[in-house]
Ligand binder design. Structure first.
Ligand SMILES: Nc1ncnc2c1ncn2[C@@H]1O[C@H](COP(=O)(O)OP(=O)(O)OP(=O)(O)O)[C@@H](O)[C@H]1O
Ligand SMILES: [Mg+2]
Length: 339
């Protein structure tokens, strides 16, 4: 028997009105997150990862955004249908978000300590100011902010980027969330700091046992942290699998391309990437959106849009020819990537 998922996104459709036309940012995304698991969401820039994540907490600005369709169920509660008050309660309570740039989430005119204390008291009105303060100092210590007592009184701009991200993580886990959404949490940081913040995120995840949606470009991070992976392309899910199976045998040519895009020590560190560019989301290609870049594309792929289908073993692929992708097949060779 399978447990009901903690979060379930069903057929999410989000458009943005722009001067150039309607951007079909998310076009029928479905995904689930079970309690405690880490789901990585990967895909090239513009594939709809952030818009999907922001939709969960109702953070898509409307206008220009419009959620056209879909349900977002948190333990069965439809987040698109709940009151504004309930949604604010969920934000920073049951569901917390960590952004790429903590400056966008931190209030510049409030001290870091006050903000985290406020987040705590928002979800526990009986908490005294003193207790909240003590808990925040403790939280700051836990996430590795040195001199937590002094840091409590400082403003976000007095923190380094890495320290700000630590403070964000402290704020995110303050109310012991069931779901953490981390959107490129380390992309803006120096490489050495990235590793530290990722370690911290992993520790925070273990301690809170929060399910986590981790949006990242970094397949190394995926391999290290994720239980399951959702690969997005052109506003849709191209493939979904547990992390081991995905790396061992991708079942969508786009995933194969992504996996080939990492630096290869056996090729003198040469970076292979998928030829061509991501689809124009105002006027996406017909059929399979990946067909113009796909080495396997056939006539059917140009006309017939593949639905995400179940391949068994918890795997799903939106490729007509998923079964023809063989183990170890080199779909994207060095020559192809160069050409
Ligand atoms: N406010 C907006 N107005 C217009 N278009 C938008 C807006 N926000 C997102 N989009 C468009 O929606 C599409 C999906 O964007 P999204 O930010 O989800 O991509 P992403 O996968 O997170 O990319 P990245 O890896 O660069 O963060 C893109 O084409 C983007 O230009
Ligand atoms: Mg993004």
């Amino acid at each position: 028997m399978t447990e009901a998922p903690l979060l379930s996104i069903e057929n999410l459709v989000v458009d943005f009105a722009t001067d150039d036309g309607l951007v079909h940012a998310v076009d029928g995304v479905s995904l689930t997150v079970r309690a405690g698991e880490i789901v990585a969401v990967v895909g090239e820039s513009g594939s709809g990862k952030s818009v999907t994540a922001m939709s969960i907490l109702g953070l898509v600005r409307t206008p220009p955004g419009v959620i056209r369709d879909g349900r977002i169920l948190l333990r069965g509660e439809d987040l698109r249908a709940v009151s504004g008050e309930r949604l604010r309660e969920i934000r920073g309570g049951e569901v917390a978000m960590i952004f790429q740039d903590p400056m966008t989430a931190l209030n510049p005119v409030m001290t870091v300590g006050q903000q985290i204390a406020e987040a705590l008291r928002l979800h526990d009105r009986d908490l005294s100011a003193d207790t909240a303060r003590a808990r925040v100092v403790e939280l700051l210590r836990k996430v590795g902010v040195p001199d937590a007592e002094q840091r409590y009184r400082q403003y976000p701009h007095e923190f380094s980027g890495g320290m700000r991200q630590r403070a964000m993580i402290a704020m995110a886990v303050a109310n012991d969330p069931d779901l953490l959404i981390a959107d490129e949490p380390t992309t803006a940081l120096d490489v050495t700091i990235q590793a530290q913040v990722l370690d911290l995120l992993r520790t925070a995840q273990r301690e809170t046992r929060a399910a986590t949606i981790l949006i990242t470009h970094d397949l190394g991070v995926v391999a290290e942290l994720a239980d399951r992976v959702v690969v997005m392309y052109g506003g849709r899910v191209a493939e979904e699998a547990d992390v081991r199976s995905l790396f061992a045998r991708p079942r969508h040519p786009y995933t194969a391309g992504l996996l080939a895009s990492v630096p290869r020590p056996d090729l003198d560190g040469e970076l292979l990437s998928i030829p061509g560019s991501p689809p124009n989301m105002i006027d996406p290609p017909g059929g399979c959106a990946f067909h113009p870049r796909c080495p396997m594309a056939r006539d059917r792929c140009r006309t017939d849009r593949p639905e995400l289908r179940d391949l068994g073993d918890g795997r799903r692929s939106a490729c007509h020819f998923a079964d023809e992708l063989d183990e170890g097949s080199a779909l994207f060779s060095a020559e192809e990537a160069a050409g």
